[in-house]
Design a protein around this ligand. Structure first.
Ligand SMILES: [Zn+2]
Length: 353
């Protein structure tokens, strides 16, 4: 079986990039955005922390954009001046502009505003401060965070767990056949067991984060009602949210759709028997509001993203060598890439204007 030469080596673990586990944990317990609430049927819930972060980041970029635009506008003016401005003059104007540049926040100068993008990885951030001698309150510091592709993390930890399980089995066999010193084996056994627990925890955490973002959705008042009309009782989780997986959601919504369609058919029959304008109107509204909404909701959950690919057709047709029509490929995808990526460590540390 195994001796010291070919016994499994306990290598120092190659870790995935450092990450902010609080973020992953929070992702694992509650959806970070509201994209996984069936919006067609339920009301759209309030904005999340994530939305607030992006709002502030956008405010930063708007400010920077406005500031940069001033210089672009000045260039346009110099370029379009009549009679044309000499290069010499343009250069002089540019230097003057930069020397007297005003701060975008307080409008004072010279000094302008200092915008910068510094750092790498987890320390990557954007900052904005007043560049004038007498500084205004402007103070922005936003950490952009680091993105992780969840499936990659899941695969990594899955593999680690498999390796460790295999090692454990081998040590068990060593013990069983008294191949090695019991005390040594037991110590190694414990180390691997701890590693296994640790890696298993990580795996579950990432898996949960993935599922929360991609496989689960929260039911609102209306959808919850639909569920209970099919005798499907959904229990609230510890946060009081009614969470179901996509598969279950689609199953119930398809049932619901069939029920609505048969209701529509009987309404149509009824109308044919005794036609009236009001019946026609209610029937039409029923189709648009009820049936259509459920259909949309099913499509949205079946495929989180649908896009078209164009394949250029290089073959030429006929005597005139006319270009053939390109091929369009319809790509429905179960997962939206955005939901498979998590950004960790993004935070606003200063925001004053
Ligand atoms: Zn200022």
């Amino acid at each position: 079986m195994s001796d010291d030469d070919n016994s499994p080596t306990i290598e120092t673990e190659t870790k995935m990039p450092s990450q902010d586990f609080q973020t992953i944990k929070s992702l694992a317990v509650s959806p970070s955005n509201d994209s996984n609430t069936p919006e067609n049927l339920d009301d759209t819930p309030k904005p999340s922390i994530e939305t607030k972060f992006y709002d502030k980041l956008e405010e930063y970029y708007t400010l920077k954009q406005e500031y940069d635009q001033q210089l672009r506008d000045a260039h346009t003016m110099w370029n379009n001046s009549k009679p044309p401005m000499s290069l010499e003059k343009k250069r002089e104007n540019y230097q003057n502009f930069m020397m007297k540049r005003k701060c975008i926040n307080c409008g004072k100068g010279p000094g302008g505003t200092i915008f910068s993008h510094v750092g790498v990885g987890q320390t990557r951030k954007v900052i904005a401060i007043c560049g004038c001698e007498e500084k205004c309150n402007l103070n922005i510091e936003i950490y952009l965070g680091e993105s992780a592709y969840l499936p990659e993390y899941i695969d990594y930890y899955k593999e680690r767990v498999q390796e460790l399980k295999k090692e454990l089995t081998e040590y068990k066999l060593d013990l069983l056949f008294n191949l090695r010193d019991e005390e040594v084996v037991l110590a190694e056994f414990r180390t691997i067991k701890d590693q296994l627990t640790e890696n298993l925890d990580q795996l579950l955490l990432y898996k949960k984060a993935f599922d929360t973002q991609n496989e689960e959705l929260e039911l609102g008042e209306k959808t919850l009602e639909i569920f209970s009309s099919f005798e499907q009782e959904v229990q609230p989780d510890e946060e009081g949210k009614y969470i179901v997986n996509r598969k279950k959601y689609l199953e119930i919504m398809n049932k619901n759709l069939n029920r609505l369609i048969s209701e529509f058919k009987s309404k149509t029959k009824d109308y044919k028997k005794e036609p009236s304008k009001s019946k026609l109107k209610t029937n039409f509204e029923f189709l648009v509001k009820e049936v259509q909404n459920v259909q949309d909701s099913i499509r949205d959950e079946k495929y989180h993203i649908i896009y078209m690919d164009t394949v250029e057709n290089t073959a030429k047709k006929g005597f005139k060598k006319q270009k053939m029509m390109d091929t369009y490929v319809f790509n429905p995808s179960k997962y939206d890439l955005d939901n498979q990526i998590v950004t960790m460590g993004n935070k606003i540390t200063e925001f004053e204007r």
